[in-house]
Each structure stands twice: as C-alpha cells, then as structure tokens.
Design a protein around this ligand. Sequence first.
Ligand code: PMV
Length: 376
Amino acid sequence: MRKIFVLIEADFILENYNSNSIKSGNATWKTPSNIALVKYWGKRDPQLPENASVSFTLDACFTLTTLKYTKRHSKLNSESHNGGYNFEVYFEGKKKEDFKPKIETFFKRVEQYIPFLKDFNFIIESRNSFPHSSGIASSASGMSALALCLMSIEKELNLKMTDEYFNKKASFLARLGSGSACRSIEGELIVWGSHKDIKGSSNLFGIKYPNKVHDNFKNYHDTILLVDEGEKQVSSTVGHKLMHKHPFAAQRFKQANDNVSKLSEILQNGELKQFIAIVESEALSLHAMMMTSNPYFILMKPNTLKIINKIWEFRASTNSNICFTLDAGANVHILFPEIEKEEVNNFITSELIQYCQENHYICDRVGIGAKLVSNN
Ligand code: PMV
C-alpha cells in the first residue's frame, strides 16, 4: 500500500465537484520571488527537474495578484478564442493581450487537475513590487500567485481541504506554469526535486526544507544589484532545452544533487564558509552550462564580473561572510548574514552601486512565503 504522505499526480486531480455552488468571487495573493542556492537548469516534460534545487524564499520582491471570477452560463460560444477559456489580464492597471498566450498555455497544462477553469469568466489583475524591466524574473512570483488564486477557488469547492494539501497542490500547479515558481509558495528554505537526503522531497512540488536550520541563516539578506535591466537575450525555456544534448549534462545533474546533500548539512551546522563555497560554485556552474551549450551564450556583463571580483577582494581583506549568486541574467544577488548587515551595506553602497544600471538595487531578505490578502 502507498504511504499517505507521498502524493502522486493523480492525487492532484479534482473530482466530484459542483461549481454551481459559486456565482462569483475574488481572491488576492501576495507571492514572493525566490533565489536558488543550488540551481535548477535542465528539465523533462512535464516541467520535471533533472536535479533537485534549494532556494531561499524572498520577501520584498513579490507579485500581488487578484483573480476575479464569475460563473459562465455557457461553455460553448467562446471556444474560438483563448483555447475556450474566458479571461482578461491586466498588469499594473493596463490590459495585456501579450500576457495571454503564456496564461493560456498554463491553463491548458493545469486543466486536468482543476477542471473548473472553463466554468468561469476570469479577470486577472497583477502587479510587481519590483520594476517590470529590472531583469528580475517575475515568472516565479507571478505563476505562483495565479496558482494560489486558483487554489482559493478549489478550496471553496472543497472546504475540507487541509492547508498541507492546499500548499502542495498550489506548488504543483505553479510548477506547471514555471518550474521555479513551485518554490515560491512557502518559506524560508524550499527544496524542489526528489532527493535521497531530503525527506518528503518530490519532483512534482516544492517542500519546506524539513530539518532544523542553524540560526546563522535566519534573516539572511539578499541585496540584488541590477546590472542589466533589459529583457534577457536567451529565455530560461531555451536555456533548459539546451541541457538536453549538453556534453556536461550528466555531470552537472550529479554535481547539483551532491551539492544539495552538502548544503543540507551546512544549513544544519551553520558553516558559513562552506555555504559560500557551494553557493558561488553553483552560480558559476549554471553560467558555465550556458557558456558550454550549443549554441553557447553569455548572460553575465562586464559589471557582473567587476562586482564578483570586488566581493572576493572584500572577503579576503575583511573575512566577511558575504557571497554572491546569479540567476539566468547579469544581476548579482549578494547574500550575507543579518549580523554583518552594517559592514556589508556600507561596502555595497560605497563600492558596488556604481556598477548598477542607474545605481539601482533592491534590498531583500529571506521571507516566509505567500500570503492571502483577501478572499471574498
Ligand atoms: O523557472 P524557470 O524555468 O524560469 O527556470 C529558472 C532557472 C534559474 O532561475 C536559472 C535557476 C533556479 O533554480 O531558479
């Protein structure tokens, strides 16, 4: 017999529901971005990771999404547009036709798990706390916010649903929108991807890191230096695909899983120097994969490297525990413990801000996850 706590795909299919019980409503969720410490780069259908990843949930970088829904009288007459779904999207107050194809793809992927999608007319209103073109990926916070809003509808259809199932299914749905979005439901440390050393881990959804975390990692800071605020030249969808025939793919997936084991020990014992070694190696390994794929590409900019070198000099001369990580872009995330915030903030403002586009940077820190703002 299957153990109850190991959920499989079939457990996420909503059955025997009656959406006639809902006439209209709305749900608003505030959902954070996240930054991976061990990176996910490479996936299989349907959005399953090739290796496990670990992330800090962020706090100041978030998406706020309201989903308004009204019961549809007929499913028939609008089959011709938006794949049979009826929705409008507004971003920062403006109607966004160009956001629709991504949401339609998401709806198609999740419909088998939330079959009520065609029963409603939807209005999706969204905004980000960070500038739209900051180069900060909004898909993690955006897709997780939408997944949570949809789960609020499912909760109305199934009032007995537990919080644990709610969060797991929200993460499961968010993953089908954008892989890393499944790590943006809860905080403070999330593991996504089945891993032998992480109890309860799954390829289907993210889970809270299950062991006790050392105090050194409480309130950890992430200051994001906005080096290049433009659109990415290579999307993460293309980047993940390039791992399929990548000459170093197998080694990379093994390295990442080994790093999850090592990081898990470090999170418990609080060894900051070892934390730095893993986190920086992961960032550079991610970009090394990009530089060695076919076709190859470089997302770092000259100022990315200048900042990295400055961080290394500062660390060597002060013994600080500052370190960096990178997403799929040129921006630099600077991670440091709460206890060092004064020295590191002084260093950032006096030495590093000059390398940011228009001196732009965001002070963020580890957060506790998504929050329901309202549900009527
Ligand atoms: O979620 P996606 O498909 O946008 O991929 C994100 C990949 C990285 O941000 C580069 C790494 C990660 O684990 O978040």
